[in-house]
Design a protein around this ligand. Sequence first.
Ligand code: FAD
Length: 308
Amino acid sequence: AFDVLVIGGGPAGAAAAIYAARKGIRTGVAAERLGGQVLDTMAIENFISVQETEGPKLARALEEHIKQYDVDIMNLQRASALIPAKAEGELHEVRFESGAALKAKTLILSTGARWREMNVPGEQEYRGRGVAYCPHCDGPLFKGKRVAVIGGGNSGVEAAIDLAGIVAHVTLIEFDDKLRADAVLQKKLASLPNVNVIKSALTTEVKGDGQKVNGLVYKDRTTDQLQTLELEGIFVQIGLLPNSEWLKGVVELSPRGEIIVDAKGQTNIPGVFAAGDVTTVPYKQIVIAVGEGAKASLSAFDHLIRTT
Ligand code: FAD
């Protein structure tokens, strides 16, 4: 059995595995796709101390760093169930879709999250070429340009306010006939001179010139007319979905499906820790996921020296 078994191989899982292995304890990491969301990222300019890198390059660096240590890496393994230890001192079990099962004294859950997509023509084609999901990451790439933000919930309105300070113009597009964001955010948004809001609008297509985004088509739901906006960027802010479906009913989750953790990364199950985008820790970023992974791993080690 493992002392520490990490589920998920993104930045959080990589940090957790390295911190555990450096304690000289038996460590494993099982992941559906080693590298995680970083693999889908183009330019990364906010991983502090690395001025600029690309997603696949950072993912490779994470893997190389893990491989410097004695860590059992099990890639292409999708976890499907967690069976917690029945009593202190017993082992937790994780089952995989492949039929495999692994046992461990402690677990670190770091299965990340995924952005909800619009599922319209052009979105995939222009992903990373005008279609973006993270204003903290990609906002500065659109300096002086025109962008749209899709979604009028808190994250959409926060993104529009944030982007308005960087880009030339922001159009916020909301499907409903009203915004759902907190009143204080809506008030702030309304005070900004370079933002306009279009409600009752369904985005139907991302347009581009073959290289990058140059427009967006939406249907005005009050008239059923199609309208086109000329712009250079589209930030999709219609939700971030934690990869926690497999933990439902076993590990305590927030109403949004995030694993509830305390300041040490501890979940409601003793010996089971969690880190990164799959948790309630706010602000989903690589630098944060790495720190949280390290923290959860140190917490797991602390748990081991007290219980075994
Ligand atoms: P993830 O990276 O999501 O990794 C999760 C891991 O768990 C993966 O290995 C996955 O395969 C695995 N997994 C999922 N479900 C299971 C399962 N059931 N069983 C086993 N394994 C499973 N952040 C920045 O800081 N800067 C940026 O510039 C930036 N740009 C981004 C651009 C894009 C397009 C995207 C999508 C995200 C970007 N982010 C950026 C966010 C950043 O990638 C995430 O915050 C970070 O990757 C979270 O790390 P994580 O380890 O928590 O989760």
